[in-house]
Design a protein around this ligand. Structure first.
Ligand code: CP
Length: 303
């Protein structure tokens, strides 16, 4: 693996290797002194051209826990505002002997484009509606942590499937790891032909959650919605929001995931987000370990 641009091109074995490495990294994160010298002397540049809290901060913490130097660059205050191209800026950053570039951009394909043009490994931290591979890896890790394995598990992904890079990456990861995946949302939010990805489209919560071991709720992405894809937020919440009423359709011990940030009262009720079935904060904790694993596998000295 030279770059991590998406889950689509990874094999099950490659995903398993990252998840196994994540377990070791989680143990480091649980120590009193959460730092090892593994990547001492390496320089990681986090180029975030779209807002982020969890992904940006966790990549920075991940680099520091491995003793690498982490430099954060955002669009505001960069030379992009002086009409420098993104490629030129990335080449200049890598020319400072950066060892790895983490990239988030609102346009699909930007991490791939930079990977073809710069002399450093590139990690996709979310590109438009395309992929968010480290989110899918941390989601898969969180499910394994709770349930042991994804093999044969039924997973429902609910929300704006069409505009969600998390949904795409989750579908690739979960199906490669042996899960049965259902997707649900208003018809305007379910891409035509989604069955080709090996998932079952559903148009109601009872159908989607029936017998589910895991429910992944997606954020309604107001910033990506070009037009009104559902009549009102209130109607969306009543039809596809997750409350304890709708969670009854899933298995009694089903767990609930959400990539964040959460729109409380829209896609998920606050009482569910904060309750026992919710693994939302476990996802965040595991996100640091997943990103440590990815940085190590792409820049560390290992066989
Ligand atoms: N899940 C996720 O990508 O969150 P951020 O936008 O805060 O990074």
């Amino acid at each position: 693996m030279k770059h991590l641009l998406g889950i689509e091109t990874l094999s099950r074995e490659e995903i398993e290797r990252i998840l196994e490495t994540t377990q070791a990294m989680l143990e480091i994160s649980q120590r009193e002194v959460k730092r090892v010298p593994t990547l001492r002397g390496r320089t990681i540049i986090n180029l975030f051209l779209e807002p982020s809290t969890r992904t940006r901060v966790s990549f920075e913490i991940a680099a520091k826990r491995l003793s690498a130097d982490a430099i954060n660059v955002s669009a505001s205050g960069s030379s992009l505002s002086k009409a420098e191209t993104l490629t030129d800026m990335a080449k200049n950053l890598v020319a400072m002997n950066a060892d790895l570039l983490v990239v988030r951009d609102r346009t699909a394909g930007v991490p791939q484009m930079l990977a073809e043009r710069v002399r450093a490994p590139v990690v996709n931290a979310g590109d438009g509606t395309h992929e968010h591979p480290t989110q899918a890896l941390l989601d898969a890790f969180t499910i394994r942590q709770a349930l042991g394995s994804l093999d044969g598990r039924r997973i429902a992904i609910v929300g704006d499937i069409a505009h969600s890079r998390v949904a795409r990456s989750d579908i690739y990861a979960f199906t490669k790891l042996g899960a049965e995946v259902r997707v649900a949302g208003p018809p305007t939010m379910i891409p035509k032909g989604i069955e080709m990805m090996g998932v079952k489209p559903c148009h109601s919560m009872p159908e989607a959650l029936d017998g589910a071991d895991v429910v992944v709720m997606l954020r309604i992405q107001r910033e990506r919605l070009a037009g009104a894809l559902f009549p009102s937020v209130r109607e969306y919440a009543a039809t596809f929001g997750l409350g304890f009423q709708s969670l009854r359709y899933a298995k009694p011990n089903a767990i609930v995931l959400h990539p964040g940030p959460v729109n409380r009262g829209v896609e998920i009720a606050a009482e569910v987000a904060d309750a026992e079935p919710s693994r939302i904060l476990d996802q965040v904790t595991n996100g640091v370990a997943v990103r440590m694993a990815v940085l190590y596998l792409l820049t560390g000295n290992h066989s």
